[in-house]
Every structure is written in structure tokens, then in C-alpha cells.
Design a protein around this ligand. Structure first.
Ligand SMILES: [Zn+2]
Length: 318
């Protein structure tokens, strides 16, 4: 009897030890070092590749990211494949660009909400001061997405310039909104998300300072681009951009002639076009001014590194 009791006690002690060791292993797993992607992580859908870098940097291995507009596609017109839409509908969170000029995003989010009413949708542009193509008003507050109120930036009566991510200062706000969205979707990891976000935003600020220093030194001239995507960038560094294509409209022959005159009178040697579009007009103008075309990618997935490349390219030519 005595023996049996001792054996039972030993078994209980052994079971307790196993439980304690297992608990310690699990705790170590949650706190970071050498952690594999957890099965209970969250799935986050975003519209464009630069946002994916943001979500991965802040979410770390807690997040699985679904990008709706793949690299090389034009977010102004792209329609995601049904399989990708189905995948995004299963996400825990959708972080939007939120600027309204991406009709693709508005329609997509409405569709995803219909498929998954529990999907948390957060506008990454919340708090960003919008620019408008005609240079008018601005606003922040509660926005509307069709009939469905969403928390976000009020677009006002006009459509704002959607290219908010091409400003590192806007990207800092987007990163903080993304952090807060991740915390709402996955509150147990708040500290981790805050720490990662601080790290990422300090890298954004560091690059912003370096680019600012470059352009403050060089007294840059006019920069000729095909697509009007760089107004936020121009605002940050007091640059003078002229776009060949305005609000998606192709230039007429007369427009092209005036751009050639403008380029000649400003000594412009380079026309910047974009990876997502035809560079036909850019080549026509470059040919006439004896210059060259340089292709940039405003949607590259390696966002921070790409912003540095873009800034260097502009700085070299102005
Ligand atoms: Zn664009």
C-alpha cells in the first residue's frame, strides 16, 4: 500500500514537472527568441506592396500578409483575382490606403465586408493631411465608404491625391495606424507591435532627414515625371514636379509640344516614368530634348530601400 502511494506520488510529481516544463517552453516561445510563426497568428490584407513591408516590420512573425495589388500592377485599375479575394475575405484585418482615388480598394473592401462582416477594416491614412490635385482643402475625421461608415480620414468633397505612401512623413503616420490596427486585431502582442513600430518609424525618420539634407544642399530644379504621383514627396522637400499625365489623362500632341519647350527651357535631361505604365510619351519627350528616360517604381515592395533609390535618382538629375 505504502509502495503504491509512493509510486502515485512520483507519477503526480512527474506530471507536474512535465506541465511546468511545457509551460516554460510555451512562455519562452511567446516572448520571442527563435520563435516559429505561431499557428494563432493573424492574417492581414493590404492594398499595395509598400504596405506589406510596413505590416511585416511591425507585425513580425505574428502576421501573414495578403497583398491585393501585386508588384507591377496599376492600383488605379487593377482587379484582384477571385482566389486572392477569397483569401483576403478570411483575413482578420484589412489595412486600407483609404484615399478614395483607388476605386479598386473601395469596391474591394465593400465586397470583403459582405463576405466577412467581422473583418476589421482600418484606414492607414487616418490623420494624414491630404493634398488635392487642384490644390484645395483638407480634412481628417470619420470618413464614409459607400453606405458603410468606416473609421478613417475624411476625403472631403473631392478625391484626394491617393499617393500618400510616397511621403516618408505620411508613411510614419501610416505605420502608427497599422500598429494600432494590429493591436486591435491581436491585443495580446501590443508591446511587441509598439516596439517594432518605434524601430520602423525611426528608420523612416532617419531616411527622411537624409533626403531632406540632400535636397536642401542641391537647390534642385524642375523634375519631369510621367505620372502625377510625387506631390506629397514634392511637398516634403520643396521640390518642383511637373507631370505629363494629369489625373489619368493622356497628354495631347499640343501638351507634348509644350512639355518639350518646358524641358528645354529648364535644362531638363531626364524624364522619369513608372514601372506600371507605358513610357511612350516619356520617350518622345526625351528624344526631342536629347535626354533619357529613367524608370521608377512607386509601388516596390522593399519600400524603405526603394524610397532611398528614388530620392537618389531625383537628386542625381536635378
Ligand atoms: Zn498612381
Amino acid at each position: 500500500m505504502q509502495r503504491i502511494c509512493t509510486a502515485t506520488k512520483r507519477r503526480i510529481a512527474y506530471s507536474t514537472l512535465v506541465i511546468v516544463v511545457l509551460a516554460m517552453t510555451m512562455t519562452a516561445g511567446c516572448t520571442g527568441i527563435d520563435r516559429n510563426p505561431p499557428k494563432d497568428g493573424i492574417s492581414v490584407a493590404v492594398t499595395i506592396p509598400p504596405q506589406a513591408e510596413m505590416v511585416r516590420e511591425i507585425g513580425g512573425d505574428r502576421v501573414d500578409v495578403v497583398v491585393m495589388v501585386p508588384p507591377g500592377s496599376d492600383p488605379h485599375t487593377y482587379e484582384p483575382e477571385p482566389a486572392l479575394v477569397a483569401k483576403a475575405a478570411k483575413a482578420d484585418l484589412y489595412v486600407t490606403i483609404g484615399t478614395g482615388l483607388l476605386p479598386v480598394e473601395d469596391a474591394l473592401v465593400a465586397r470583403l465586408k459582405a463576405m466577412n462582416p467581422g473583418l476589421l477594416v482600418v484606414d492607414s491614412s487616418n490623420g494624414i493631411t491630404y493634398l488635392y490635385p487642384s490644390g484645395e482643402n483638407e480634412g481628417t475625421g470619420i470618413g464614409f465608404l459607400g453606405e458603410m461608415p468606416v473609421e478613417g480620414n475624411d476625403r472631403g468633397p473631392q478625391s484626394p491625391d491617393p499617393h500618400i505612401w510616397l511621403s516618408l512623413r505620411n508613411a510614419g503616420i501610416m505605420a502608427e495606424n497599422t500598429r494600432d490596427a494590429l493591436i486591435r486585431a491581436d491585443p495580446a502582442y501590443e508591446n511587441e507591435y509598439r516596439e517594432h513600430c518605434d524601430n520602423y518609424t525611426s528608420r523612416l525618420q532617419d531616411l527622411d532627414r537624409r533626403i531632406n539634407a540632400t535636397f536642401s544642399r542641391s537647390h534642385p530644379g524642375m523634375i519631369l515625371v510621367t505620372h502625377q504621383a510625387w506631390d506629397y514627396f514634392a511637398r516634403d522637400y520643396h521640390l518642383d514636379f511637373v507631370a505629363i499625365e494629369k489625373e489619368g489623362k493622356e497628354p495631347t500632341v499640343k501638351d507634348l509640344a509644350s512639355f518639350i519647350l518646358l524641358a528645354r527651357s529648364h535644362g531638363i535631361r531626364v524624364v522619369f516614368s513608372e514601372a506600371q505604365e507605358s513610357s511612350r510619351e516619356a520617350e518622345t519627350i526625351a528624344g526631342e530634348i536629347g535626354g533619357t528616360v529613367r524608370v521608377l517604381d512607386p509601388l516596390a515592395g522593399d519600400y524603405l530601400a526603394n524610397m532611398e533609390r528614388v530620392a537618389e535618382a531625383f537628386a542625381e538629375e536635378v
